[in-house]
Ligand binder design. Structure first.
Ligand SMILES: NC(=O)C1=CN([C@@H]2O[C@H](COP(=O)(O)OP(=O)(O)OC[C@H]3O[C@@H](n4cnc5c(N)ncnc54)[C@H](OP(=O)(O)O)[C@@H]3O)[C@@H](O)[C@H]2O)C=CC1
Ligand SMILES: CC(=O)N[C@@H](CCC(=O)OP(=O)(O)O)C(=O)O
Length: 355
């Protein structure tokens, strides 16, 4: 009886809405081996009734349930539900699950922006759960760890916003740079666009080529600006240009800022090392380093290096993540660990694949 009670407390019943997408199957990969997690409901409308392992053979022998249609009653029986769905799905059903006590970790952008009008402007939809926006905690553990612990609803940051914010934060928190001119030049692998069929993601379109997109405005701009302004305590003016690159996973962000006064490479290095000294998933590399996306492929780590170029008086920060791990599902699991009082790196101690 005593053991059963302990088991009931430590095994987290998990639901995943949208478990056949790229972030959904990454959640399955990260959770499948855990003894403290029971995958109770994994949804797909298209593959309702199909065993998970029939679709994802890498999970054979580890996950023996089938996909099912999203059903709020079944989901509400879970301790935590991940929404790995396109924008506007979570905002339609999160409230009913939360009313039954279920905790929500939303990988979409439904609850990331605190300004509802701004969200509606960028996502071109009416927000259907405005009352939850204030309640939602922005799930960047390196900034909001204490609030995440108590949260019933976590909005997991987007992939570009994770790489860009982590890279800029030390400079802005220290008030070291001109906030009226920040530049983020970021590149993403094609899995960032999701698993749905789309011409831009075809091999012939996306390989052997590199292009910028969203130059006139990308929906991650307001999300990144919101986080940077909070860190700086003042308005910021950010130029953010995303690019599509011919690789499957990875985000590489090159960040530029102008110092307000005298700085040195050594001072910047110390600043970054001190800011992230206690962070398990941020690796500040030695001076002169140039991190590659392959260093973090499959891992939950953000690797970064800070440079100072005296000739142009410019600070350059290089920040890399795996868009599907620290940029989405890994960070979502990191949030779950914090919410349930578990070691933050539980199930996330994976080294990068490198090749
Ligand atoms: N890909 C990435 O690198 C990142 C993605 N994100 C965000 O995470 C979310 C998921 O992205 P990703 O995995 O790439 O998306 P995919 O397009 O790969 O997968 C979407 C999943 O959601 C399900 N789905 C689609 N529409 C609905 C609906 N109306 N109701 C219920 N389920 C639905 C799909 O299954 P079915 O249609 O069968 O139900 C599928 O399983 C998105 O909001 C994305 O912006 C965030 C950071 C990084
Ligand atoms: C390469 C690519 O297409 N990337 C996606 C970003 C994916 C993501 O993380 O964004 P959200 O969660 O905010 O949708 C894009 O630019 O739309």
């Amino acid at each position: 009886m005593h053991i059963k009670q302990i088991e009931e407390i430590v095994v987290i019943k998990v639901g995943i809405v949208g478990a056949t997408g790229y972030t959904g199957v990454e959640l399955l990969r990260l959770l499948a081996l855990r003894d403290d997690v029971c995958l109770q409901v994994v949804t797909s409308r298209e593959l309702d009734g199909t065993p998970v392992a029939d679709v994802f053979p890498n999970l054979r022998g580890y996950i023996d349930i089938a996909f099912s249609n999203p059903d709020d009653e079944a989901l509400a029986a879970c301790d935590v539900v991940f929404y790995a769905t396109p924008h506007t799905v979570a905002m339609k059903s999160a409230a009913s699950l939360m009313a039954k006590g279920t905790r929500i970790i939303d990988l979409s952008a439904d609850f990331r922006l605190k300004d509802r009008a701004l969200w509606e402007q960028w996502y071109k939809e009416k927000h259907e759960s405005p009352e939850l926006i204030e309640l939602a905690v922005y799930g960047l553990p390196e900034v909001n760890r204490d609030a995440i612990r108590q949260a019933q609803l976590v909005a997991v940051p987007g992939c570009y916003p994770t790489a860009v914010q982590l890279g800029f934060l030390p400079l802005l928190e220290a008030g070291l740079v001109d906030t009226s001119r920040l530049i983020a030049d970021a590149k993403s692998g094609v899995s960032g666009a999701g698993r749905k069929a789309a011409v831009g993601s075809l091999l012939c379109e996306a390989s052997e080529s590199l292009n910028a997109y969203g130059v006139a405005g990308h929906r991650h701009l307001p999300e990144i600006s919101q986080g940077l302004e909070k860190a700086a305590g003042q308005a910021v003016n950010l130029t953010f240009i995303p690019h599509l690159t011919p690789m499957i996973r990875g985000i590489h962000a090159t960040l530029y800022a102008t110092p307000l006064g005298d700085v040195s490479a050594q001072q910047l290095q110390s600043l970054y090392e001190a800011r992230y000294a206690d962070e398990l998933f941020v690796d500040v590399m030695p001076p002169g380093s140039q991190p590659a996306t392959r260093n973090v492929k499959g891992s939950n780590r953000c690797q970064m290096a800070v440079h100072y170029l005296p000739a142009s008086n410019t600070i350059v920060v290089l920040s890399v993540i795996d868009n599907l791990v620290k940029g989405a599902s890994g960070q979502a699991v990191q949030n779950m660990n914090i919410m349930f009082g578990l070691p933050e790196n539980e199930g996330l101690q994976t080294l990068s694949l490198l090749l």
